[in-house]
Design a protein around this ligand. Structure first.
Ligand SMILES: [Mn+2]
Length: 454
């Protein structure tokens, strides 16, 4: 059905290889010392109703360090003074459960196919982890994710206090390892970049299909079906976040996800949708006229947003502070709105934190992208803006939103209910910004050629 889509996304890139997982683990262990115990947890399954569960997605830390996707898993690394030994606790083989819910790799499968030294049944977790806890000095664990692990750590910290006083053994501190893992995740490897580019290629094709099928009378939910159909058709695990499909005044609601209105002639539709491919997110927004032709007023706003987005992308360069794109985008947006007479303040006034630009542009221009759509990594370590380095991926997504329904502002009649956002995924490289989502059209001419063409 979407064979041209499959052709244009090209061959599937290789998944993250075993060597890369080991390298990630080594980079993390190099920041720890003998006696440290690292425990990487994952959330429990969550119930939708009765015996029906929500689709399971493990923790991003688990995905990053070993790639294990099934529930009831705990990754543990311990250094008793010799070297690091990694263990993965997994659901054991269980014929009855496998008949009902699917095959499990089990302990042997985990031992042979995953980047860990040892594998054990999850049933052995309490006993084995307790033994390691007693021998450890510092415990690196993110609390609040797996309540069973939390209880175990809490118990061992408290119950061994007498032993600890006598012999000086047993854990003395709990440290959250997230900051260290997040810092590693911020810089993407070549293999990760290949997966992210593929993820963005699929999302680009999904947007193109949605454009082609847009005409007055189509339902937001129908375009949602097409977008998410393409995601599935291209073998992704589905959406990276709930798709935002808003036409008319819905386009002026930043995180509109109800997607149950009809798209009408004369409206602009805004679609913000991305997929998760082999654990990596894409995040693309495009805005286009429902009837296939931008009105003069719509084109005026679109031009400003596109110009601001190009200026922001150009600011995505090694050595620039992470908020350089935001400053660039805001400046172009403000200048454009001053030219149109929407903003009556001076440029400097408009850009103030309480300036007029904030009425129509109220969010940031981007966020890190990776295993999570709002990926990890501190933006202002030690209070100073982080500088871009090669391998970082950030979204660039300026917008303007003229919600005529808003009681807090006087919306200019001419731009009533026009909502435009243009978002791409940008890789920082030594030779300048590399737009991973460049397959997705964004000039007025290119968009108008596609909308309604299906
Ligand atoms: Mn985004």
């Amino acid at each position: 059905m979407w064979d041209s889509t499959l052709r244009s996304i090209g061959d599937e890139p290789s998944p993250i290889g075993e060597e890369e997982y080991y390298a990630r683990q080594r980079r993390l262990f190099s920041q720890l010392r003998p006696g440290d115990l690292l425990i990487v947890t994952a959330p429990h399954e969550s119930t939708r109703s009765n015996d029906v569960h929500y689709p399971y997605r493990t923790s991003s830390e688990m995905l990053y360090l070993c790639g294990w996707e099934d529930p009831e898993a705990v990754f543990v690394a311990f250094n008793s003074g010799e070297d690091w030994v990694t263990s993965l606790f997994v659901q054991p083989k269980d014929v009855l459960m496998e008949i009902w819910e699917g095959r499990r790799p089990g302990v042997d499968g985990a031992k042979n196919g995953w980047p860990v030294d040892e594998a054990y049944s999850h049933k052995e977790l309490d006993e084995r982890l307790a033994r390691m806890l007693i021998q450890s000095k510092r415990v690196f664990v993110k609390l609040g994710v797996d309540s069973d692990v939390d209880k175990l750590v809490d118990y061992e910290i408290k119950s061994n206090s007498r032993e600890r006083q006598k012999l000086g053994i047993g854990p003395v501190s709990i440290v959250d390892p997230s900051r260290m893992i997040n810092e590693l995740r911020l810089r993407k490897s070549d293999a990760e970049i290949a997966l992210m580019r593929h993820s963005a290629k699929i999302a680009s094709q999904a947007h193109i299909q949605a454009m082609a099928n847009t005409r007055p009378g189509v339902g937001e939910w129908q375009l949602e079906g097409i977008i998410e159909g393409v995601f599935k058709y291209c073998k992704t695990s589905g959406i990276a976040y709930p798709s935002i499909i808003g036409s008319g005044e819905n386009a002026t609601i930043l995180h509109y996800t109800v997607n149950n209105d009809t798209c009408n002639d004369g409206e602009v539709i805004l679609i913000d949708a991305g997929c998760e491919y082999k654990g990596y997110a894409s995040d693309i927004t495009r805005s286009w006229p429902v009837n296939g032709k931008f009105s003069e007023a719509q084109a005026e706003i679109y031009d400003i947003v596109l110009k601001s987005q190009l200026a922001a992308i150009d600011a995505c360069r090694v050595g620039n502070p992470y908020d350089a794109p935001h400053q660039a985008a805001r400046r172009v947006l403000a200048e454009g709105l001053i030219d149109l007479g929407v903003i009556t303040q001076s440029l400097d006034e408009a850009l103030e934190s309480n300036g007029e630009l904030n009425k129509w542009y109220m969010h940031n221009t981007g966020h890190w992208l990776g295993i999570d759509v709002h990926d990890v990594g501190v933006y202002r370590p030690d209070g100073e803006p982080r500088l871009f380095e090669e391998g970082m991926v950030i979204t660039v997504e300026p917008g303007l939103y003229f919600g005529a329904w808003r009681p807090d502002v006087e919306c200019p009649e001419r731009y009533s209910n026009i909502g435009i956002r243009i978002e791409d995924d940008v890789l920082i490289t030594s030779s300048g910004p590399d737009v991973l989502s460049s397959d997705c059209p964004k000039t007025i001419a290119n968009i108008e050629a596609i909308v309604g063409s299906a």
